[in-house]
Design a protein around this ligand. Structure first.
Ligand SMILES: NC(=O)c1ccc[n+]([C@@H]2O[C@H](COP(=O)([O-])OP(=O)(O)OC[C@H]3O[C@@H](n4cnc5c(N)ncnc54)[C@H](O)[C@@H]3O)[C@@H](O)[C@H]2O)c1
Length: 446
């Protein structure tokens, strides 16, 4: 068990709230500050502001050790201050650090002893140097600076925080690194103590590597489609090689979310700002963009022109287990389909797109979403969709076509249930191959 310290957290988003909750779970006193009054009110009323497994329980279990505030001054007596604010991309693709700088402007001036400021937000390499200089410029030489990037993944963020593969701590001064390491007492994980710039780069490089694997297997999937192999089998065989491993080798409709797209762009720009053209990463990003759009071509292959066709998008969150729709492939798909004149019917168990998906109609159940649909597209790998190839769904649809963007279903079983099935990187079946369904009549005028 770690010695209990006072921890202040800037930002009650996915990273800030999970960080606060988990440090409280480890026995520390935590105060979380956000600038959104609604968010703070909800948290004080015991409500988690977004869908994240285990988070409500951990917050509830530790409610005596965690407080919420809008007032940064209430963090003045914290021993360690974590910056967990958003770092979205700017128009140029660089990371927008304005939220980080505004949090730094709000830094309370602690009266007692040394405070350590810890950057958990994902920032470009060199940010630590700049923040250090700014702190020194403001006379805050007694505030230490540590880079401690976060690797949690939404959907199992609490588990990831408490069971990390590693804890990376980059510090200018050893004593500050040691103070941050001590906070994690009680967690079994290798700790990598390093310099600030390398810690910053580890986060960007790790994400870029994961994205590279995704784009790589997606390209293999596209070649599989052309030559008649099944990427699911291929990935299995490749992943059994101990030098490669099985992770992040699932072909699909491309990555999304609040981190991968922006972090890949930020690293690409970071490199090019320094005069280096990161060719491989540029290709990874482009492959991902094309991958999202291939679904539209596949629909056209089966349905012809999409004008007036009803397409059900099943799953809107960028992945299962979260209601986060930031940079979700569903957004690109919906807008491409609407642009083609299709009618978009959508369903998700938790994600609510609001204005993000203007023109699409949201339904409460899968069955309502597929009613009269010419195709159903699995966009998010929700467990609820594993039973999609049912008689009810088949009867409800105008044409029994399933485009499985996550390779969630068994192709043979789906076809045996009377659907035309097309996955990603797997042999597809045209309507003619359906066991008992005639070629559908064309109901729609183009
Ligand atoms: N979401 C993830 O899965 C994940 C994983 C690892 C790292 N990260 C990185 O962590 C950072 C935060 O990501 P997130 O998903 O938690 O973002 P988020 O948008 O969910 O949350 C950020 C929060 O910070 C608040 N905020 C903004 N300015 C503030 C200020 N001055 N003081 C206090 N609060 C302020 C916002 O109101 C918001 O609630 C980003 O840099 C992200 O790249 C995210």
């Amino acid at each position: 068990m770690a010695q209990s310290r006072k921890i202040g957290v800037f930002g009650a988003g996915w990273v800030g709230l999970v960080t606060g909750a988990c440090f409280a779970e480890l026995g520390h006193e935590v105060i979380v500050r956000d600038v959104m009054p609604d968010r703070i009110d909800a948290l004080r009323a015991g409500q988690a502001p977004f869908h994240e497994a285990d988070l409500p329980e951990v917050l509830e279990r530790n409610r005596d050790r965690i407080r919420y505030t809008l007032d940064a001054d209430e963090l003045a007596d914290a021993d360690v201050l974590f910056i967990c604010v958003q770092t979205p991309p700017t128009y140029s693709g660089d990371a927008d650090l304005s939220f980080v700088w505004s949090a730094l402007d709000d830094l309370p001036r602690g009266e007692s002893g040394r405070q350590v400021l810890v950057m958990k937000s994902t920032v470009p390499v060199g940010t630590g140097e700049k923040v250090r200089a700014a702190l020194d410029g403001r006379g805050l030489t007694n505030v230490g600076y540590v880079s401690n990037p976060e690797f949690l993944a939404e959907g199992h963020a609490v588990h990831d925080f408490l069971n990390p593969d590693r804890i990376v701590i980059g510090a200018f001064a050893d004593e500050d690194g040691a103070a941050v390491e001590a906070l994690y007492g009680g967690i079994e994980a290798p700790v990598l103590r390093t310099d600030v710039a390398s810690a910053e780069m580890i986060k960007l490089a790790a994400n870029a590597f994961l994205m590279t694997r995704i784009s790589f297997i997606n390209e293999i999937a596209n070649v599989c489609e052309a030559v008649g192999a099944d990427v699911v089998e291929v990935a299995k065989g490749v992943g059994l090689d101990h030098r490669l491993g099985p992770h992040f080798l699932r072909a699909g409709i491309g990555y999304g979310g609040s981190c991968f797209p922006k972090d890949s762009l930020a690293l690409k720009q970071l490199a090019s700002n320094s005069g280096y053209h990161f060719h491989l990463l540029s290709a990874v990003i482009e492959v991902n963009e094309l991958q999202k759009r291939r679904v539209v071509q596949k629909l056209q292959k089966h349905l012809g022109k999409l004008r007036g066709k009803k397409i059900a998008l099943l799953g809107l969150a960028f992945k299962a287990g979260t209601d986060d729709m930031r940079e979700a492939p569903s957004l690109v798909l919906a807008s491409r389909l609407l642009a083609e004149g299709a009618e978009v019917r959508a369903w998700d168990p938790v994600a609510r797109p609001g204005d993000l998906m203007k023109g699409a109609v949201l339904y409460d159940s899968v069955l309502e979403a597929v009613e009269g649909a010419d195709a159903a597209v699995i966009v998010t790998e929700w467990d609820e969709l594993r039973g999609l190839a049912s008689k009810d769904v088949r009867d409800a649809m105008a044409r029994p076509l399933i485009l499985d963007g996550r390779n969630l279903l068994d192709p043979a079983e789906t076809r045996a249930a009377g659907f035309a099935y097309e996955g990603i990187g797997r042999p597809s079946s045209p309507f003619e191959a359906l066991p008992e369904t005639a070629e559908p009549e064309t109901r729609v005028q183009n």
